[in-house]
Write a protein that binds this ligand. Structure first.
Ligand code: FAD
Length: 444
């Protein structure tokens, strides 16, 4: 790694090149340890050197040098990904984008940013100007713009606006990994080759996100005796046109018992639905709550939105984090249930796996269709048992996006993999961008 850092120092300043072993170890990791399978597989993978670009020109120079020397390059945003996306499996350079964090331009309905801007800061700035992000991950306080685009999928807001590939990314500027790197503007259908592709097809230097008018959001916990009623209630809230929603999540008991900061707001043995809805429509919401025999056990008014405790910290993959804090044997799956059969599918799973599998839905909409998307918690006993669960879910029509693999196509991206591969071959002919994340390439 001395020789890599020497070469980087030809065009970067000393404080832009990191080689000390504790930083290398710390920054080469993300939240891969959520998965006991990935933990075992990726624990010892570490970058040789970290380069910290301050502008697009630095990025181009890093790539030029790396191509010439055939050194792998993996980008690190905030390192909050769950599948080892930033772990440099073959070593090489880890490119830390944290200094490229400028909001370039805010327009009506769109915002252009550098890749390293934190989404929490961006959302705050937009709200000051009466707009807001359409979607952001529950890790928005730490997560970077390009980390979300290249590693994430959806989150808060997805119940209305869909996922990253539903028009929420309007454009990106990318740099290719060739003898002479190209800088290209990508828009429209071609974006699919870069979104959620772990930076295997190009390095993003700018992003334009879709944004929307600011809404005053109220956060609410509704509790239920009966799991089925909590699920039917959540679906009814998703389907109503009476008010806007930003987040609808359902958690089976005992998941709420893992949410220690909410201890006083949660009742024992009750399943909960966590909501973000347009504040002025609380009365309309109450009618639906009564219909499904729910009880409001906690509300956060809009003045407190994003100040102090935020209920989005208990949705999406935060749920797994709280579970892991209580019991290190917990892990998770990611799946889509079928809107017409999800209750039957849940019954079949609960009959087969009982307390090994707890229901957690984060409802969202894609291409206008409501999807009962789930991040269920599962008790880990062995990889064999986990595979049995995956197999069983698939056999009853529950689509699994396996989070226990570093490979794109095994994590649910199989539909796009041919198209991603075609672009990868054009943009990264020596296969140096984040190697080890596309299975087909490993077999060559
Ligand atoms: P990183 O983890 O640093 O990077 C992600 C991927 O993007 C890596 O492959 C990296 O190489 C690549 N990348 C980053 N920048 C660039 C670039 N400029 N060019 C090319 N490639 C690049 N995800 C969701 O989608 N929704 C959620 O609600 C959500 N909730 C989460 C909750 C918890 C508690 C945790 C731990 C994770 C959660 N995640 C969620 C996963 C993750 O936090 C998000 O996807 C987040 O947006 C990733 O951003 P990051 O900056 O940490 O990216």
């Amino acid at each position: 790694n001395q020789s890599i850092s020497r070469k980087l120092l030809h065009f970067l300043n000393e404080d832009q090149v990191i080689t000390d072993s504790s930083s290398l170890e710390r920054l080469s990791k993300d939240y891969y340890w959520y998965s006991p399978v990935l933990k075992e597989m990726l624990d010892n993978k570490i970058a040789d050197c970290i380069a910290v670009p301050e502008n697009e020109n630095d990025m181009i120079n890093i790539l030029l040098m790396a191509v010439k020397e055939r050194i792998p390059v993996t980008v690190r945003g905030a390192g909050t990904g769950n599948y080892g996306q930033i772990i440099p499996i073959n070593g090489g350079i880890l490119m830390d984008i944290s200094r490229m964090n400028r909001i370039i331009e805010i327009n009506d309905g769109s915002v252009k940013v550098q890749p390293g801007v934190k989404l929490g800061l961006l959302e705050r700035k937009l709200r000051d100007e009466n707009q807001e992000l359409c979607i952001y991950p529950s890790t928005y306080m730490k997560s970077t713009a390009s980390g979300f685009v290249c590693g994430g999928s959806g989150g808060i807001g997805s119940i209305t606006w869909g996922n990253l590939w539903d028009g929420n990314v309007l454009g990106i500027r990318i740099i290719t990994m060739e003898d002479s790197p190209r800088v290209i503007q990508i828009e429209g259908e071609e974006l699919i080759n870069y979104i959620h592709s772990y930076g295997t097809t190009g390095i993003i230097s700018e992003i334009v996100f879709r944004i929307t008018e600011k809404i005053e959001w109220q956060q609410i916990i509704v509790s239920f005796e009966d799991l089925e009623k909590s699920l039917r209630f959540a679906k009814a809230v998703c389907e109503t046109h009476q008010f806007k929603k930003r987040s609808v999540s359902t958690c089976e008991w005992p998941i709420p018992s893992f949410f220690k900061p909410l201890e006083k707001m949660i009742k024992a043995e009750k399943h909960i639905v966590i909501l973000e809805i347009e504040e002025s429509y609380f009365e309309e919401l109450k009618e639906i709550i009564n219909q499904y025999e729910g009880e409001v056990t906690y509300t956060i008014p809009s003045e407190q939105y994003h100040k102090g405790i935020s209920l989005s910290d208990f949705t999406w993959n935060h749920t797994t984090l709280w579970a892991l804090k209580s019991n290190e044997k917990m892990t998770y799956l990611q799946c889509s249930f079928n809107l017409n059969h999800y209750l039957d599918q849940i019954k079949l799973i609960k009959n087969r796996f009982g307390d090994e599998f707890y229901i957690h839905f984060d409802w969202f909409r894609s291409k206008g269709e409501l999807i009962p998307q789930a991040i269920p918690l599962v008790r880990f006993s062995s990889k064999k048992r986990l595979d049995e669960m995956i197999e069983f879910c698939e056999s009853i029509g529950v689509k699994i996006f396996n989070p226990h693999t570093p490979l794109l196509e095994e994590g649910g991206w199989e539909e796009h993999i041919d198209s991603v591969l075609k672009i990868k071959r054009e943009n990264d002919p020596y296969s140096l961008l984040n190697p080890g994340k596309i299975g087909v390439l490993l077999d060559i």
